[in-house]
Design a protein around this ligand. Structure first.
Ligand SMILES: [Fe+2]
Length: 255
């Protein structure tokens, strides 16, 4: 099954399965604090080119034997937080040109892509849910620019020897069961970041609670291999696995 078909299948199944209804209280976004000195900003921030060249340098180290993924993620987080994305010309252009082309799905703008990493702008209408999916052999940082979203991260706990057949759009798929461990559950507001590494919290879901814009950096960039290996999960969040509040049974379509 093609990645996009699999994604669509799981997305639709998850929507039907969970009856997605976000019950978040509306929370007010807070503006990112700026450093002020005598009424003037002493933190001019990074411009797009500086941001990009710094990430390029950091990401080039990912294939070195002693590369520390956690430190890399921290450094990218710090760089993202120095960026005033709404002021960047390329981001402004996307903001101005935004239309909700894909109903019930976010709009994706690729701001930069090279083999080592990619930077994207994602724009969501309220409720445009991204169901649970992983990022094989990748790490990433999400930086909230406007709006707010409930973000949950999971790590694969174990595979289960259980499969079942399910039909969708005239095709029959085999769903395999596994158990996911929830590692983080947070509401991101502007100035917040969410991270995932190749080994921890690599699976995530995102539910925007209002119109939401975020910029993410994924390392390495999507390529044929990690695209093909990525999995969309249908998670039963209503019942805990073996009464452990952090464990949830999930299913995914075998290719
Ligand atoms: Fe993702």
């Amino acid at each position: 099954m093609e990645h996009n078909e699999r994604r669509e299948f799981i997305k639709m199944s998850a929507l039907a399965f969970a009856g997605i209804a976000l019950q978040l209280n509306s929370i007010s976004a807070f503006a990112q604090q700026s450093n002020l000195f005598q009424g003037k900003s002493i933190n001019p921030g990074l411009n797009w080119d500086s941001f990009l060249s710094k990430v390029t340098k950091l990401a080039s180290e990912q294939f070195e034997p002693n590369w520390n993924q956690k430190e890399y993620i921290k450094a990218v987080q710090a760089l993202l937080l120095q960026c005033k994305f709404p002021e960047f010309e390329n981001v402004k252009k996307e903001f101005v040109g935004y239309t909700d082309k894909n109903k019930n799905w976010f709009e994706h703008s690729l701001l930069h892509k090279e083999f080592n990493f990619q930077v994207s702008l994602l724009q969501f209408e309220k409720g445009e849910y991204i169901s649970h999916h992983n990022h094989p052999d990748m790490c990433g940082v999400i930086n909230m620019v406007t709006g707010n979203a409930l973000v949950k991260n999971y790590t694969l706990h174990k595979e289960l020897e259980k499969t079942k057949k399910q039909s969708y759009n005239g095709q029959t798929y085999t769903l395999k069961s596994c158990v996911l461990e929830e590692t983080k559950k947070e509401i991101l507001t502007p100035g917040n970041t969410s991270i995932l590494t190749s080994t921890k919290g690599n699976i995530h879901s995102l539910m925007p609670n209002e119109f939401t814009q975020l910029v993410d950096v994924f390392t390495p960039a999507y390529n044929e291999k990690n695209e093909a290996a990525s999995i969309w999960y249908q998670v039963n969040e209503e019942i805990n696995f073996e009464n452990n509040p952090k464990l949830f049974e999930a299913e995914y379509a075998l290719s």
